[in-house]
Design a protein around this ligand. Structure first.
Ligand code: SF4
Length: 221
């Protein structure tokens, strides 16, 4: 096939991503997660607002994806009690209190560092509140992930979590870690290392309803 003029191939790319996301959804369902496809974050945000009752409390840990979707404001505006610790005035004890409130909410809204096409969910954490809240505490967990989080193996997911997610987070908070300067993970031994816990959710934990929303867009780190 010859192309003589500039052509937009974005539809073809999107169609390919959709196939991969839908295969991932089927495999997430085999692992007892609810899982759903969304073409963009606007449609996903609408579905989340429909899913969460207005009277429910919502916990939001550190997540770029959730904030890119402006869900803290959207939920607060319509009356939900939202617990979230990314607030400059919080420090020490009050920071810990809010993180515990997040993990004790009716709904927990978070992103993921990586999701394998076979349906495993991988996360790296420094404090540990986010990985804890995803597996035990809130009755309902909603995990939102853009196409950029999809990987083909657990090893690739751990590598992505360190080389991309943790490194970009270290840069975001100007952390005194090698990756904040070099942009790559050296599996450091720095006192301010932010990668302290890795969780791999192989199967939905017994007492937690987990819905995974996969979005055909780039979102989060
Ligand atoms: S260099 Fe250290 S802090 Fe940075 S991603 Fe690697 S282990 Fe994490």
């Amino acid at each position: 096939m010859k192309y003589h003029r500039k052509i937009d191939f974005s539809e073809q790319r999107s169609a390919h991503r959709k196939i991969i996301l839908e295969q991932t959804i089927q495999n997430l369902k085999k692992r007892a997660f609810d899982a759903e496809y969304f073409k963009d974050m606007e449609n996903a945000a609408k579905a989340i607002l429909k899913m969460i009752p207005k009277k429910s409390s919502v916990g939001i840990p550190g997540s770029i994806t959730v904030r890119e979707m402006d869900l803290v404001n959207k939920l607060e505006k319509r009356g939900n009690k939202v617990w979230h610790h990314w607030r400059p005035e919080l420090a020490g004890k009050s920071d810990r209190v809010i993180r515990l409130k997040e993990n004790n909410s009716d709904y927990y809204l978070t992103g993921a560092n990586a999701i394998t096409t076979s349906g495993e969910i991988i996360n790296i954490d420094g404090v540990g509140n986010r990985v804890a809240g995803m597996i035990y505490g809130p009755d309902n967990v909603i995990i939102i992930a853009g196409y950029n989080k999809i990987v083909h193996s657990v090893d690739e997911g751990i590598k992505r979590s360190k080389d991309i997610a943790a490194t970009m987070n270290a840069q975001r908070i100007s952390s005194a870690t090698p990756c904040a300067k070099t942009g790559v993970c050296t599996d450091c031994n720095a006192p301010r290392r932010i990668c302290r816990v890795i969780s791999i959710i192989h199967y939905r934990p017994w007492q937690t309803a987990i819905t995974v929303m996969l979005i055909n867009q780039q979102l989060g780190f």
